[in-house]
Design a protein around this ligand. Sequence first.
Ligand code: EPU
Length: 337
Amino acid sequence: MIEIKKDFPLKSRNTFGLDVNARFFVEASKADKISFSLNYASYYNLPIMVLGGGSNILFTKNYEGLIIHPLIQGIEITDDAQQSITVRVGAGITWDSLVEWSVSRGYGGLENLSFIPGDVGASPIQNIGAYGVEAKDSIVKVEGLNIITKKMIEFTNAECLFDYRYSIFKGELRHRVIITHVHFKLSKSPTLTTHYGNLDEEIEKLEEKSIKTVREAVINIRRRKLPDPAEIGNAGSFFKNPVVKASNFESIQSKFDKVPSYPAAENNVKIPAGWLIEQCGWKGKQIGNCGVHKDQALVIVNLGNATGKEILDLAHQIQKSVVDQFGIELEMEVNVV
Ligand code: EPU
């Protein structure tokens, strides 16, 4: 049995806490239930959308179609080797419960990605990343359903075309695949990545250096800097960190000698968007019902009953001032619907 709900409220299903509805909404615990939902949508000629944890989405209006929420569960060890294990994880598993599962069993690779909101099925789409690690470093395979052919398909890591906050599922195959399972290879003798920002410093406050303390330290930093969506609506980083040409970076550096940066591919430089936004005077600013977070300028917050349109309008104002001051176009990380 599968229940398709009508005029379904999405307020608790998006971390911005926006008060919008889906014309139809279905929770699918198995791939065949997703197929059924797709057939239903085709029959009634409805557009479809997949919604995971709702932590990277900005609804600007009601969704006039069918929203499919994959609930596929299960963490299954498919290979147990001397140095590593491979797990096949259902798209509906909460991301952080997977990280918790792996860290508590001594399997390394995901600890830096602790406390990221959202579901496992969304992790390959934008290749979630934090503290020097990205999901792509552990993903070996992605399984999904092709929305057009309704056939199951698999992608190796290389076929996913992963890049910074990018994969084929955001590019050529955008809205074409519903991810059902993700396979991760985790290490039994993990190498820790702790050089990023103040992570090392934070770990030093704890007893030892292990995947457990990396997880603890990351959670401490995130709790300090990022607003809890349960208290203040937000979707984490609203923009991507822009990659600029070295020459462009040097000209910014000549005016702001403290500009933070990271090396990027092809001699380019990545500048934290949070820094650019802060320089433009946005940090902690409130505009109507929304604003820019006081501790992390990359995060736009819903301070009450903001609408998606108000938030989008604020985002456009921020983009404009960063272009005016630095000549850099910030690209949104959040998906606008
Ligand atoms: N910075 C400022 N002002 C701010 C925010 C940041 O000057 O208001 C500067 C900081 O001083 C620091 C640098 O920017 O030098 C980097 O800041 P931070 O370590 O907080 O990371 P970020 O680049 O702003 C990225 C990810 C986050 C991830 C952190 C940690 C993107 C778009 N965001 O943020 O991801 O948690 O690194 O690795 O790449 C998310 O995607 O939702 C997310 C939270």
